[in-house]
Write a new protein. Structure first.
Length: 147
């Protein structure tokens, strides 16, 4: 549900600001191309912004957290949920339309994501999600991308 919430926020709050400044937004998901299409229709999210990583290659290469401990057994998880509950409109919307997506590999459901901002090959910003729902602050992402 948190990825569906984040996708809606990226579509509404981030993509238009980046696009008007000529900055490309690209997202990588753990599913197959077919699941990505379904996800984009469901949320909705622009298909042109979503790449798929069914083998988990990008997540593994970036060293992003994975497993029960980093996924659910961190203080950051309930804190992220509580923070979202305080600004609950997007979370309520994601919960109301929530649909489980089964990843190609059984352990990918325990994969954490992150946010990276590049200028060419130079990394300007990196946030590794420390736990479920503990996404990057989108204002920080925008500040890094639009500086």
């Amino acid at each position: 549900m948190f990825c569906q919430e984040l996708a809606a926020q990226l579509t509404r709050d981030v993509a238009p600001k980046l696009e008007e400044r000529g900055v490309a937004l690209r997202c990588v998901g753990i599913g197959t191309l077919d699941v990505a299409r379904q996800f984009c229709e469901h949320v909705p999210f622009p298909q042109s912004l979503l790449y798929t990583d069914p083998e988990n290659a990008a997540y593994t290469a970036l060293g992003l957290a994975k497993g029960w401990g980093p996924t659910f057994l961190q203080a950051a998880t309930p804190l992220a949920i509580a923070r979202r509950a305080n600004a609950a409109a997007d979370l309520r919307a994601a919960t109301a339309r929530w649909k489980p997506w089964l990843p190609p590999k059984s352990d990918q459901g325990l994969q954490q994501g992150g946010a990276l901002v590049f200028e060419g090959a130079t990394l300007l910003y990196r946030h590794d999600d420390p736990a479920t729902g503990a996404h990057a602050d989108l204002n920080e992402v925008l500040n890094a991308a639009l500086r």
